[in-house]
Design a binder for this molecule. Structure first.
Ligand code: CUA
Length: 328
């Protein structure tokens, strides 16, 4: 397999038990402690239940009822009281542990890179804020973050409730229409991580994924500078023809390509489509074959997505693909 996109997608990580940020570490730590203590208690209770099921009983009295001696009664009473106290102590300890993790996660850093994330049925709009609006960046379904720096995500929804979840980085946070919520994390291990909408939001909820690319600062800056540029101007004649297909057809009504007349805002910004690893919010790898199939008939890959079928002539499709591939 030599396609760089497919190679990169082979190493995508997606697991809450493989933390790649201090925040996810804290959550995983709490989880393992709860599992270990809860598991030990369960084993103890199960063993006691089995033991008492097979315990030898005395003979019933004349009235058919069991009798226990006064000493046994006192001993059993102590066992029950002791077990109740131990249960209370364990529960209280976990409450304190849980609160301390919650507080650490809620302590938003004063200085952080800010990324606006808007949930749509069924894709993620991603915007990197900048005090100078001409330097802000809009992309979709792929978030790049610099390793070792806190990044704050401001969450909003365009339609229904979605939930932002990158298991390797932090817990979940809902995106609620008309309400702003936020979450943050500081990636400490470079890599590509999968995020997933974690709140049922319609038929294609499962196809509402995204990627988090955690990379060293220099690489991140290079990426950000590239994303700030306008869409590439095609030179090759096939790509020039493809740009015409894009601008004169229905594509430009829904999508934006920076530096061109295409300013649609219904669908994802395509200015740097070719720099992204996946298509349609994690539905397929961003390769020529999938992109062609997606353009011709998105409904076959993601039924009920807003994008309509585009019955292009083979020549038009090849030109359009050649143009889209220049949008690095
Ligand atoms: Cu968006 Cu589930």
């Amino acid at each position: 397999m030599s396609n760089p996109v497919l190679l990169a997608l082979q190493n995508v990580r997606h697991s809450a038990t493989a933390p790649a940020s201090p925040e996810a570490h804290a959550i995983a730590h709490l989880f393992w402690w709860m599992l270990a203590v809860g598991g030990a208690i369960w084993l103890l209770v199960a063993a006691t239940a089995i033991r008492s099921a097979f315990a030898r009983r005395g003979a019933p009295g004349d009235d058919g009822l069991m009798r226990v001696s006064a000493e046994t009664h006192t001993r059993l009473q102590r066992v029950v009281i002791g077990a109740t106290v131990v249960t209370g102590v364990i529960l209280m300890s976990f409450i304190v542990f849980d609160f301390s993790v919650g507080r650490a996660l809620a302590a938003f850093p004063a200085q952080s890179l800010t990324v606006d994330v808007t949930g749509h049925q069924w894709w993620w709009q991603i915007e990197y804020e900048d005090p100078n609006p001409s330097l802000s960046v809009t992309t979709a379904n792929e978030i790049h973050v610099p390793v070792g720096e806190p990044v704050q995500f401001k969450l909003a929804s365009h339609d229904v409730i979605h939930s932002f979840w990158v298991p390797n980085m932090n817990g979940k946070r809902d995106l609620i229409p008309g309400y702003r919520s936020s979450i943050w994390f500081r990636a400490d291990t470079p890599g590509v991580y999968r995020g997933q909408c974690a709140e049922f939001c319609g038929l294609q909820h499962a196809h509402m994924a995204f990627l988090v690319v955690a990379q060293p600062r220099a690489e991140f800056t290079r990426w950000l500078l590239q994303q700030r540029t306008s869409g590439a101007t095609p030179v090759d004649s096939l790509a020039v023809a493809g740009q015409q297909v894009f601008m004169s057809g229905s594509c430009a009504l829904c999508h934006t390509i920076g530096g061109t007349p295409a300013h649609g805002t219904v669908g994802p910004d395509l200015t740097h489509l070719a720099s992204r690893l996946e298509l349609a919010a994690g539905t397929a790898p961003n390769t020529r074959g999938y992109l062609g199939g997606w353009i011709l008939n998105p409904q076959s890959m993601k039924p009920r997505t807003l994008m309509p079928p585009n019955p292009l002539q083979p020549r038009q499709l090849q030109a359009l693909l050649a143009y889209l591939e220049t949008l690095k």
